[in-house]
Design a binder for this molecule. Structure first.
Ligand code: PMP
Length: 353
C-alpha cells in the first residue's frame, strides 16, 4: 500500500521549529515573546467569551476591524486579520504567487518566509544582509525581474534587529515596479525608537503596492491567542481575506485584541520598559566586547558563527535561539532574567578569550 504523496513543493520544506521551551516561562528568551502577562482587563474581556464557545466566531471580525480602523484612521476595508501575522503572510503569498513567479527577500530573516514562499511553488531569490546585518535594498531592487511578484522587507529584521531607514525604503519603492507587492513586516514596530526608521503605513499612503504586516503577539503580549493583521489597499486586503480559512480568529482572540487596543496607554508603558531593558542589554553586551548589531526590536543578535550552539547550551537555564553556524538571538525578558543572560555571556567570553 502507498500513502498519498503531498505536492513536490513540500519536499524541501522543514516543519517550522519554534524556540526551545525553558525550565520556566520567565527563562524563555527564545521566541521574542513579551515577558508581561496580559492585562487583567484584557483577560477578563477574553474570558467573557468562553461561555459562548458553542458559537462560531464573528467571521467578519467587525469589532476588530472597527477598532483598527479607529486606531489608524483608515477605512475598515484596509485590514485583513488572521491567526497570527504568519498566517496572514501565508494567505497573502497564496493569493499572489504561483509556480514560475519569483519572490525576493533578505537573508537571514524570519524563518517562516522560506516555508510560506516555497509552499506556493514560486522561486525564491534571497539577497544577503549587509555585514552590519541590515537589508541591502539596492541589491534587493536589482534582484527584481519581470517575474517578481512579491518582495518581503522585514523591519526591524528578525533575527538581527536593525531597521530599514525611511529614506532607503522610499528610494526602494520608487525603483520597484508598482505591480510588485512590497510586504513590510512590522512585527516589532512598537519597539522602534530610531527617528530615521521607515514607516510601512507612511509608505502605504504613497504606494498602493505596499502591504504592512502587524501582530498582537509581541508588543501587545498576546502571542498565545494568535492575532495578526495586514494593512493594505482594499483590493489587496480582500485577496488576503479570501485566502484565509473561515473563522480563523476566535471570538476570544478578537475580544482580547480589541481590549488591548483600548488599553494602549498601559501597554505602551510596558513596551517602554522593554525598550529600556533592550538599550541596557545592548550596551552591556558591547561593554563585554560582543560585536552586536544595532537593534530596534525586543531582541539582540550575537553573531557567534560556529560557537552559536555552544553559547546557547552555556546559557542554561536561560533558553535562547541559536542559528547553527551563524549566531544566537536573545529576546529581552524580565530584568532578572536579562541579568542571568548577561552573566552567562560574560562567562562564555572569559572561557573563549
Ligand atoms: N514576522 C516576524 C518578523 C516575526 O518575527 C514573527 C514572529 N516570530 C511574525 C511575523 C509572526 O508573528 P505572529 O504569527 O505571532 O503574529
Amino acid at each position: 500500500m502507498t500513502t498519498p504523496r503531498a505536492r513536490q513543493a513540500l519536499d524541501g520544506i522543514p516543519v517550522y521549529r519554534a524556540g526551545r521551551a525553558a525550565s520556566s516561562d520567565d527563562h524563555k528568551l527564545s521566541s521574542n515573546e513579551n515577558p508581561y502577562a496580559p492585562l487583567p482587563g484584557v483577560i477578563e474581556r477574553a474570558a467573557a467569551e468562553l461561555g459562548r464557545m458553542n458559537r462560531y466566531p464573528d467571521a467578519g471580525m467587525t469589532e476588530l476591524y472597527a477598532a483598527l480602523s479607529a486606531r489608524f484612521g483608515l477605512p475598515a476595508d484596509h485590514f485583513a486579520a488572521g491567526t497570527g501575522s504568519v498566517a496572514v503572510l501565508f494567505a497573502l503569498l497564496t493569493a499572489h504567487l504561483e509556480q514560475g513567479d519569483e519572490i525576493v527577500y533578505a537573508w537571514r530573516s524570519f524563518e517562516a518566509y522560506p516555508i510560506a514562499a516555497d509552499l506556493t511553488g514560486a522561486t525564491t531569490v534571497r539577497v544577503p544582509l549587509r555585514p552590519d546585518a541590515t537589508h541591502d535594498l539596492d541589491a534587493m531592487a536589482a534582484a527584481v525581474t519581470d517575474r517578481t511578484k512579491v518582495v518581503l522587507v522585514c523591519t526591524p529584521n528578525n533575527p538581527t534587529g536593525p531597521v530599514v531607514s525611511a529614506e532607503a525604503l522610499s528610494a526602494f519603492l520608487t525603483k520597484v515596479p508598482s505591480h510588485v507587492l512590497v510586504v513590510v513586516d512590522e512585527a516589532y514596530v512598537e519597539f522602534v525608537r530610531d527617528p530615521q526608521a521607515a514607516s510601512g503605513l507612511a509608505a502605504l499612503a504613497e504606494h498602493p503596492n505596499v502591504v504592512v504586516l502587524r501582530t498582537f503577539s509581541k508588543a501587545y503580549g498576546l502571542a498565545g491567542l494568535r492575532v495578526g493583521y495586514a494593512v493594505a489597499r482594499p483590493e489587496v486586503a480582500i485577496a488576503i481575506r479570501k485566502a484565509t480559512p473561515p473563522f480563523a480568529v476566535t471570538d476570544l482572540s478578537q475580544a482580547a485584541a480589541v481590549a488591548s487596543l483600548e488599553s494602549q496607554d498601559l501597554l505602551d508603558e510596558r513596551v517602554e520598559a522593554i525598550v529600556q531593558e533592550r538599550v541596557a542589554m545592548l550596551a552591556a553586551l558591547r561593554e563585554q566586547g560582543w560585536d552586536v548589531p544595532d537593534t530596534e526590536a525586543n531582541f539582540v543578535w550575537l553573531p557567534l558563527g560556529d560557537d552559536a550552539l555552544d553559547f546557547a547550551a552555556s546559557c542554561d537555564p536561560v533558553s535562547v535561539r541559536p542559528f547553527a553556524g551563524e549566531g544566537v538571538r536573545v529576546s529581552i525578558g524580565a530584568p532578572a532574567v536579562n541579568a542571568e543572560l548577561l552573566a552567562a555571556a560574560a562567562a562564555f567570553r572569559r572561557l573563549r578569550d
